[in-house]
Design a binder for this molecule. Sequence first.
Ligand code: FAD
Length: 455
Amino acid sequence: MIKQIKYLVAGGGPCGIGAALRLQELGENDFLVLEKEDYAGGLATSFVDAQGFTWDVGGHVQFSHYKYFDKIMEKALGKTGWLTHERASFIWMKDRFIPYPLQNNIHRLPEDIFKECFEGLEKALANNSSNSLKNFKDWLLASFGEGIASHFLLPYNYKVWAYHPEKMQYGWIGERVSVVDIERIKKNIEEDKDDISWGPNNTFQFPKFGGTGAIWKSLASMIKPSKISLATEIDTIDSDNNIVTTKNGEKIEYQYLLSTMPLDILCSKISPMPEAISSKSKELLYSSTHIVGIGVEGPTPKHLAKKCWLYFPENNCPFYRVTVFSNYSPNNVPDNNTQYSLMTETSESPDKKVSSDNILQETIDGLIASKLLNPNHKIVSKFYKRFEYGYPTPSLTRDEVLCLCIPYLEKKNIYSRGRFGAWKYEISNQDHTFMQGVEWVNKMINGEQEETFTL
Ligand SMILES: Cc1cc2nc3c(=O)[nH]c(=O)nc-3n(C[C@H](O)[C@H](O)[C@H](O)COP(=O)(O)OP(=O)(O)OC[C@H]3O[C@@H](n4cnc5c(N)ncnc54)[C@H](O)[C@@H]3O)c2cc1C
């Protein structure tokens, strides 16, 4: 007999967990979460390696735009399960650390480059040319000028996204990129001051134990065990008869399907699927993420003691970002008095190839080149994992694809949400994706409008 489920949820990451907990909270018992891995948490999972070092899937910082999410975070780890940190992020370029954002600290660059950056900024502001911008590259040049764009933003964004910025739109930016306040910049130059406090995450919280994954492990454990099925991958979806078949051969009939798997994969699993939708979904771009963690013997070097995460625009190292992960919690390493840990992120796409065979050694060489490691340091732990879907790219045709595919699927009672379900980087952090799950339930049960996810 085919199992029948009213609300079927594909994926047990933050979005799926948000939906499940909200369904439970509203007293709805007819639901089931299917998760392909043997753990819940999705990309917000943590791993402990054989040497006892904890690693996240890249630097996860808790942002929150929602009171509901704040309460859930407290429920996950209690009031005392967190450490609070002041954000201290830096850029490593021209053989020095410069506080982020660069435009507020250009006086820390070598004199000739500082002049080039400052003149470029003034020229860009005077031009104020926001009309004829075709892509993210145009936007970066128009907003920051030639100097900052060529020395930092263009190479850095290529390293992060694994696509050249001309392949990307700029409509997603919002609060995700620090823009220009010329008076503040002039004041910083005059006062010869380091300006590090920018943006929505000046302070942030991090779990005392277990990395970011501890949050989602705890929340997943609040879902009734019979309502979440791990190691259960959805293989095919018959959208005419509302039937999901799992890789284990089980068939489940749903009334409504919330899918948090990548939208392009979702479309490939559904039949029948019109060719127009299927081919459009293949236009979506994404990058993969390589995480290399290096555990080092010795106390944290003085110049890293107060640093959180660091950006790397230059090509003497493969990674775009390094997190001094032992600074987030002393419990991320087995013995914080004698060990520290560095977690690196490297992006990959068809436009930017990375070799899994060489990335570990290239990362160690890059850490030495950027003075985070000294060749005499003893490495006591090496962690490596590659994630096929890391960043959803805000490509030029992304919105057109979403506007075609998502309404089509909704007519079939399939709702695609979450980091790669909605494919919107600007709403793909833990708070956004968790709330997309919650708001979807509020819509289905109470008829409320979704606020976080809009097309
Ligand atoms: C490098 C990096 C850095 C990040 N930094 C931050 C940060 O600083 N702050 C922040 O808040 N967020 C950060 N994030 C984002 C955060 O990880 C995501 O917001 C969150 O994990 C998205 O949750 P989700 O449930 O939408 O998707 P996912 O976490 O991707 O979960 C989807 C789930 O679906 C499952 N699945 C897929 N296919 C199937 C199938 N066929 N059948 C069943 N299950 C399936 C997957 O196994 C997965 O568990 C970062 C992400 C990355 C990659």
